[in-house]
Design a protein around this ligand. Sequence first.
Ligand SMILES: [Zn+2]
Ligand SMILES: [Zn+2]
Length: 605
Amino acid sequence: MRRTLPILVLLLVVTAIPCHGVVSLPEVWARVQVSLESGDGEGLERGVKDLMTTASELGVRRLTPYAMALVQWARAHPGKRGDLAVRLAGKLDPDLPAPHFLMAAASWNGGSPVTGARQFVSGWIAVLRDWSSRRLLLRSLWPWLLLGLVGAVVVGALFQTIRFLPELVHDAWELGQLLFRRADAAVFAVVIVALPVFAGLGLIWLAAWLFVLIWAYLDRRQRVVAGLLWVVAFLLVPVSQLWVDSGLGAAPIPARATAMLAEERADLSTLQGFADLEEQLGTSAIYHLVLGKLFLLHGDCLDARLHFQKALLADSADPRPLVFLGNIAFTEGNISEAIQLYSSAIQRDPRCVLAYYNLSYAFDRSYRFQEADSMRIKARELAGREYTRLRSEGRELKIVDPQVGRDDIERLESEVSPEQWRVAGLARRELPDVVGLVLAPTPLVFLVTGLLGLVGVILRKRWMWTASSCTRCGNVFCPRCKTAVESDAYCSQCISVFLKRDMVAIEQQSAKLDQIRRWERWTGLGRRVVSILAPGSGAILLGRWGKGIGEAFLVSFLGAGALVWLPRFMAELEPSISIVPLQVTFLGLAGLVWLRAIVTSWVRR
Ligand SMILES: [Zn+2]
Ligand SMILES: [Zn+2]
């Protein structure tokens, strides 16, 4: 740990050549580092304050590399000094999540849980504000949600199928009897029910096949739920594929540069990556403009100036390079040079507000107050309502840098030929190949079985009967084998025993009642045992599909959050944070949902 710090610092020194007027960031950082090593807390605080003043003069809001260096140092030096370093890291980059979480842990351990909780919350706010950790969070959400959905789909489809399997087998057998001799009917039934196995297809085909075959037995609401489950099952693999294609690799350099500009953040690796593209994109004026701005964000005025000059040569209309160059001259104290540059910017674009605005301050500095006032009036005239925003944007030296951001990077992408863009190793945003995604092996299973299931439902509604089970004894019957017609819900036996009581012998009645009692005992026991094994299954077997599938989703989602998402996400965000309390909370909630599902299954008859 200790060894990494000087390397990082060296990197900071090498890449940043100071602006002459201001004390450079690396110079101040060197002082911070001396205070760190000697344990001089006051010197450290002073150094960090100077670092922030310098950053404000340069228009840098987030000093991420320096903050990260402090956090790294703090990890290797736990205790009071480490805590101080973490607190100062939080000042250098308020949107970096790690310092918030480390401070929260320190407050918690130091006996102030309320402060700790507040810092913990602000850590999560920082996660949402910071582009790269927000991206990390969004990227990690799909696998988490995926695990929850897989749990819901597997439990939902499996137990719905199990519930209606007897009816399905009965109908297959009856159909076999209709078409063949009695002995062949059983073979026919087995072949129909296990068709994918005979076709040499896998288990997933069999599961999907059985699931669509039971659609014929569902009422309207159950069909809606089954349809939703089918859509989710169908989409799981294509969406995961899209997620892999779009989100897994490192963020593309242009996107990172856009974020860096928007957050006014120093970020060495992005700067390096963007600078490396010069050979391929160096003919573009916008490229140099953006790169110049990125160098400015690191306090490197020499390189910034070089690239603004290149931008100036490559594009004769954009006044922004001239304004930037004027600002650098202003920062360095070369006021007459600044006045010249701002004036050239106005020659290029007589409507350039910032050139007039900054020029007014340059005139102020050289005691030409009348000219300054007239420039200010001109700027106010051109800017209109925007003028107040300009005044609030001015930093320590009051001058304002031109906007460089997302629009410019998008223009860069559209300006550079696709070939150049590709040679630079940058991928253009492309539309996904939807057909290829849908025809991949797994979605194809659901597509084919789903269509067959739909056809099956329509055909059966028109030409075939559907079996049902007796609400009293569970016997499966269909119109072909049922002899009594007095009730739709009861089987023939139950109709004769319970509805036509006087025509049946007492012994027969009590035998039927015994059978019903056994049936109720065994199905009840089965349902209760199953509800312990798979969350939500008890409710599904009772016909409460929405509730059962919801329980299955919640338990698998919370469980996956505790066991998969939290360890992997937090390890990348800030590895030294203890995630056990959150894991316990997630698992506790999952356990409560599961327990409640079990209890309702055991209480209900
Ligand atoms: Zn019955
Ligand atoms: Zn039948």
